[in-house]
Design a protein around this ligand. Structure first.
Ligand code: PXP
Length: 241
């Protein structure tokens, strides 16, 4: 059964709109866990636009399930990772001007760099994931870095301009899931997934985890985070292969 990882960045986005203290992503994480989230994710960006260092420290101290730190492959983030010791990190590309992570990491073009970057993280007993597009070259390269997991970027599928384009993206994703499994990688999916577009993945074997933020936090604004997490978990459980 795939698990559900809930990204709490956008609770922090709302707090940072006033640079105040509420709503607190740490409270959101605890409620999400109580409602059945199997993992909490936060992305500590270089520009600290949403999650702050204080959030990461408190999440590390309080999350009872698993904590996944999304981060860019920089020296600063490596130091923070080794100090705070999340259960798993997910390396993502990061651009200051982007609204959200726009594409997968170029692992094929930087395989040796990423392998070296991951080594101290893996040596510290922290699991790793690489956020990659559903591109056979990137999946193949990821398998050469020592990472245990990849997260396939579902954003192109979620943002597809037509049903035909969405179908084509879905097929690319399904092929990448199979390729990654054959290479011995654990496969997570994330970006742009919501209560509707997640359904076609339901019958796909071999998906380890869904990483979902915006749609759950958006729904939480109307129904509360507990119900929003429960509803997504119900979909995953009910339709899973
Ligand atoms: N996975 C990764 C690597 C991401 O960068 C993000 C966005 O922070 C997500 C998943 C979650 O995407 P969304 O907020 O669209 O559900």
């Amino acid at each position: 059964m795939p698990s559900l990882a809930v990204n709490v960045d956008h609770i922090a986005t709302l707090r940072q709109a006033r640079r105040g203290t509420e709503p607190d992503p740490v409270t959101a994480a605890l409620l999400a866990e109580l409602a059945g989230a199997h993992c909490i994710i936060c992305h500590l960006r270089e520009d600290r636009r949403h999650i702050q260092d204080r959030d990461l420290d408190l999440l590390r101290a309080t999350v009872q399930t698993r904590l996944n730190l999304e981060m860019a492959a920089t020296d600063e983030m490596l130091g923070i990772c080794l100090r705070t010791r999340p259960d798993i990190i997910c390396l993502v590309p990061e651009k200051r001007e982007e609204l959200t992570t726009e594409g997968g990491l170029d692992v094929a073009g930087r395989t040796a760099f990423i392998r070296d970057y991951l080594r101290p993280v893996l040596d510290a007993g922290i699991e790793t994931s690489l956020f990659v597009d559903a591109d056979p070259r990137q999946v193949e390269a990821a398998a050469q870095t020592g990472t245990g997991y990849i997260e396939l970027h579902t954003g192109h599928y979620a943002d597809a301009a037509s049903p035909a384009a969405a179908k084509a993206e879905l097929e690319r994703l399904l092929a990448a899931v199979a390729q990654a499994r054959d290479l011995g990688l654990g496969v997570n999916l994330g970006h742009g997934l919501n209560y509707v577009n997640i359904l076609p993945f339901a019958q796909v074997p071999g998906i380890n985890e869904y990483s979902i933020g915006h749609s759950i936090i958006a729904r939480a604004a109307f129904v509360g985070i507990s119900q929003a997490v429960r509803e997504m978990n119900d979909i995953i459980r009910t339709f899973a292969a």
